[in-house]
Design a protein around this ligand. Structure first.
Ligand SMILES: *[C@@H]1O[C@H](CO)[C@@H](O)[C@H](O)[C@H]1NC(C)=O
Length: 252
């Protein structure tokens, strides 16, 4: 009996302390992962090879790492003016492969990282290196392309069930993703972005408390992403070969 009481007491303390931890920061995150194959065909100007010696991966890219208020579910933005130090983040492994900016004209990505930091990063309570590192680690943990490909869902211009896409990602991550579609070729809805919510520790995946609603059809197009889709700046040379290797490593 005493043992049971002690156990209950311990349990109560654990619950109380976790409740305190939540109200401490009062935030959670949402990570956005963008499929470049969709971006390149839906954008009038197409997409461009970044100005960087490092080739972007043939995979989903981080498109945002938003901080949300746990009480209101609204984005927390521009909470402080902690400056952005690009030297700190450029050393992060995978940053330029997986948080690539393929907007045209070709750019070195600095503007999009700085904007993510100034808008959301400063509300995270993390320093800039930890904030970008957390996003890159989450991307590889979610790893959408390999989870989809392993279930036979490939970027091959095929139409795939939206439910099956969600289930493939949920099976691997334990949480339901939100899927955003865009209009692709022949006016068909295509897989564009995947959003997943993350607890205040910037590591643990959680169900989104207030999921946004996106319009898709029951079956959506998974558009290919090929090297020729990224318009080259005149000077880069070995890009095609490097990209070929990245594609081969993907195994399809
Ligand atoms: C969340 O929003 C509430 C209501 O506006 C506010 O009182 C609270 O300070 C916000 N939390 C954070 C972490 O900013």
């Amino acid at each position: 009996m005493a043992f049971r009481r002690a156990l209950l007491c311990l349990l109560g303390m654990l619950i109380a302390s976790s409740a305190i931890a939540v109200s401490d920061s009062g935030i959670y995150y949402q990570i956005g992962l963008m499929w470049p194959g969709a971006y390149c065909v839906q954008t009038t100007g197409g997409c461009c090879m970044p100005k960087s010696p490092i080739v972007p991966a043939a995979d989903f890219y981080v498109s945002g790492f938003t901080v949300l208020n746990a009480t209101t579910d609204a984005p927390e933005t521009s909470c402080s003016s902690t400056p952005f130090n690009s030297d700190e983040i450029l050393g992060i492994s995978g940053l330029r492969q997986y948080w690539s900016n393929i907007k045209c004209p070709s750019n070195n990505g600095q503007k999009s990282w700085k904007s993510a930091w100034k808008t959301s990063g400063v509300c995270s309570g993390l320093d800039d290196k930890a904030y970008f590192q957390a996003a890159i680690a989450l991307r590889s943990k979610i790893n959408p392309l390999s989870r989809l490909v392993s279930k036979g869902i490939k970027p091959d211009f095929g139409l795939y069930s939206l439910e099956k896409i969600k289930k493939a990602i949920q099976a691997g991550t334990g949480v339901a993703p939100l899927i955003q579609c865009s209009k692709g070729p022949f006016d068909k809805f295509q897989l564009y972005q995947i959003f997943i919510c993350v607890a205040e520790d910037a590591k643990t995946l959680i169900e989104c408390p207030k999921p946004q609603k996106f319009t898709c059809s029951d079956e959506i197009l998974f558009h290919p992403f090929k090297k020729w889709m990224l318009k080259q700046a005149a000077s880069s040379v070995s890009f095609a070969e490097a990209f070929e290797m990245a594609g081969a490593a993907m195994g399809y």
